[in-house]
Design a protein around this ligand. Sequence first.
Ligand code: UDP
Ligand code: MG
Length: 314
Amino acid sequence: MGNKELSIIIPVYNEQENLRPLFSELSGVLEKNRLSAEVIFVNDGSTDKSETILAEICEKNSNTKTLSFTRNFGQTAAISAGIRESSGDLIITMDADMQNDPADIPRLIEEINDTCDVVSGWRKKRKDSLFSRKLPSCLANYLISFMTGIKLKDYGCTLKVYRSHFLRKVDICGEMHRFLPAILGYMGARIKEVPVNHRPRQRGVSKYGMSRIFKVVLDLLTVKFMGEYISKPIYLFGGTAFFFLFFSGIFSAITLYKKFFEGIFVKDQPLFLVAILFAIIGVQFALLGLLAEILVRTYFKINDRPNYLIKSRK
Ligand code: UDP
Ligand code: MG
């Protein structure tokens, strides 16, 4: 594989004990398999000695660089910065805590042949605690797969290989790095999942607590909306408006029928209040849809981006 065809992006937040062993393990694997790759560490505002250690590693090794953030911006921002900095045709992301095994990299690259664009690692024998990690993750994987239609067993594994053609076209924020396969799936990428090795964390501590559950649910909403309705938000909001206005009409008709044919005063029919409420909500949704349409047009224009992606030109 020629120079710079492969970019490896590693987000780092307070991983001082892991960096040297990780890099030597990674270089060993690359050397053994005759792979040439640029390695991009993104130091996400570490407060320990990570920055110094990374500077040392980069000084001694060509094709290795470190971007250091001014403060902790999060793993998604780190991966995003790495993608912008990278120049490879294939991009690999992996954790800096040595839980991912670099020895899996050659196999993942082999799997990404002409028939797929993303090869996602599946930590089949995950070495994390059951209640705080594996159970919430199992639920999240099911929910994300169900909502987005991109069925994966392990969204949370950072070890993945992507065709950079797709990755360079996405904007990710919040904690969205774990949704990348779904986001790329919406863009037409073909995705494959292969089992990878997973090891317990030997040094340092995990950077996440249970609060990520809420973030996952909120990010999922954004991903679903951006993936399915970004180019036509009026279909979603207008559809909801139709639903409310339709039932508002039916409830109003029932109220009027009861008034004229059964002699029940409108003030004695609570259903009329529901009809009014539904009418207001319906109109609000319709207006929201129109506003969203205007915003979306601005979004595509500002980013100078079409709402489609071309696969090839012949
Ligand atoms: N990480 C990061 N910024 C953060 C949190 C984490 O760059 O704000 C990095 C961290 O150094 C590690 C990877 O993201 O390389 C995964 O983090 P961690 O191992 O704590 O997650 P877990 O394995 O517990 O899901
Ligand atoms: Mg970890």
